[in-house]
Design a protein around this ligand. Structure first.
Ligand code: NAD
Length: 460
């Protein structure tokens, strides 16, 4: 939980202190949100769209500044951060395109009386964001709620407070005061915002334990909409007929993007035993391209972890003796003369069929040889998560047979587990989410449906 005031240090260069951040005033933000609910809901959709286009323009003009801000504060390599900001800008058009489908009333022809289904705004929304995509993930839900006519309070991760604060400064002026607010803070602020009875919708992106605790807290208010976008322990399955070079590249990329701190990171590789000996050296070679480096440099592909706590988690996992290290891990406290939270990618072959109950969220991959494809499915299912999985095979039949058995919200053939374009919904099954996928079409959760029938009017 963040304090009343705090200061972040750049994880790639701990000598760089970012400006102090002050926690927001929760009560004032909630009051303001409630006060603007009715006028914002009444504003016609074309006007709401116009305002979002103006905000889009401001974000597009600040692309470089925002990308640098993400990289500096979270350690995400600059090239990835630029990708995140481009996705932020593009998201507005994608969401506007979806508004026609999901915010429009629809007539119902058959039935005892004339009838239609009407979409109505839900009311004040709270969006809680994680540190690893500090703009893009919150932004998707923010844009959808604003379009639907719901005022939004965004509480970003305290670990990315400065860059998120800048995003808030760019967004807020394009809406009537109180319609979009950014409130800084940690767990206490997040919880206080979510439990307020006036808040009618929440989009929470974060870890399973926090999401679960929040769902418990809100259980009694069952008409408050809660979208949970949670963690994963994602597997890449290498079948015996796979293109092994391609699979190795994808596994390395999935393990190392954002230093393994992506919900869809590849934390497990399951490889059919007959090709395991050929695959492993290719995988280790592919990982060599991910040398820890200064996240602000365009050539860097593996940035630092977010915090000292994350490095401790890495050290604990790297010290676990239950297996053979194919590539041992190492913490690198200094990289290119800069002190930071740097670590190396590592690969272990665990002794057991490892039930990973918790996300690793660091670039350590567990590699499991599978006796056959049924065994591969059992290994893939051995965790409580269900976010993404990728199957490397040249056979469409194998892909479909296996794919049908995998309990995941996002399924890929011959692509990294991190391949999640904004053109598709993105959500987890099992412990990874609660059936409100974010990404494309999230807007369908931002309004309430009302079934309307009418008869007996004396005049039209
Ligand atoms: P986190 O759960 O620690 O925090 C997420 C957010 O919740 C932060 O803003 C935090 O301040 C806030 N929070 C903490 N306690 C709260 C409470 N009691 N009530 C309300 N808000 C509270 O997660 P993190 O470390 O910032 O982000 C990483 C996690 O997010 C990983 O588990 C990752 O898998 C997940 N994630 C999921 C997706 C997805 O789309 N499924 C995407 C990105 C990240």
């Amino acid at each position: 939980m963040a304090a009343e005031r705090w200061r972040n240090f750049s994880p790639g260069d701990l000598s760089v202190a970012l400006p102090e951040v002050v926690a927001g005033d929760v009560a004032a933000a909630l009051d303001q949100s409630a006060a603007v609910t009715a006028p914002w809901a009444r504003m016609p959709l074309p006007e709401r769209i116009e305002r979002l286009h103006a905000a889009q323009q401001a974000l597009a003009e600040a692309k470089d500044e925002l990308a640098r801000g993400i990289s500096l504060e979270t350690g995400k390599p600059i090239v990835e951060a630029q990708g995140e900001v481009s996705a932020v800008v593009a998201k507005i058009d994608l969401t506007i395109a979806d508004a026609g489908t999901h915010l429009t009333d629809r007539a119902v022809a058959a039935g005892p009386h004339p009838a239609y289904v009407r979409q109505l705004p839900r009311g004040p929304a709270v969006v809680i964001g994680p540190f690893n995509f500090p703009l893009h993930l919150g932004h998707g839900a923010i844009v959808a709620h604003l379009l639907a006519g719901n005022p939004v309070i965004y509480k970003p991760s305290p670990l990315a407070a400065n860059v998120a604060g800048r995003y808030g400064q760019l967004m807020a002026p394009h809406f009537p005061a109180g319609v979009f607010q950014l409130v800084q803070g940690g767990a206490g602020v997040g919880e206080a915002l979510c439990v307020d009875r006036r808040v009618r919708a929440i989009c929470f992106t974060g870890s399973v334990p926090v999401g679960r605790a929040l769902a418990r807290k809100l259980a009694a208010d069952f008409s408050k909409d809660l979208a949970l976008e949670l963690g994963g322990s994602n597997a890449l399955i290498v079948c015996a007929d796979a293109d092994l070079d391609q699979a190795a590249q994808a596994a390395a990329e999935g393990a190392c993007l954002t230093a393994g701190q992506r919900c869809n990171a590849t934390s497990r590789v399951i490889v059919e035993r007959p090709v395991a000996a050929e695959f492993v050296p290719r995988f280790l070679e592919a990982l060599r391209a991910f040398e820890p480096g200064d996240p602000l440099l365009p050539a860097t592909r593996l940035g630092p972890l977010i915090s000292a706590t994350a490095v401790e988690r890495y050290e604990k996992l790297a010290a676990a003796p239950a297996g053979a290290w194919l590539l041992p891990g190492r913490v690198e406290p200094m990289v290119a003369g800069k002190r930071g939270h740097y670590v190396r990618a590592a690969v272990i072959q665990p002794d057991d069929d490892g039930r990973a109950e918790a996300e690793s969220f660091v670039p350590i991959v567990s590699l499991y040889p599978a006796d056959d494809l049924d065994h591969a499915v059992r290994l893939q299912s051995a965790t409580p998560f269900g976010l993404t999985a990728s199957i490397f095979t040249r056979s469409a039949a194998t892909f479909h047979r296996l794919g049908e058995q995998l309990e995941v919200g996002n399924l890929y053939a011959n692509l990294p587990t991190t391949f999640s374009p904004s053109t598709l919904p993105f959500g987890g099954w099992r412990d990874s989410g609660n059936g409100h996928p974010g990404g494309r079409d999230f807007i369908r959760f931002t309004s309430r449906e009302q079934a309307v029938q009418y008869t007996g009017f004396a005049s039209p």
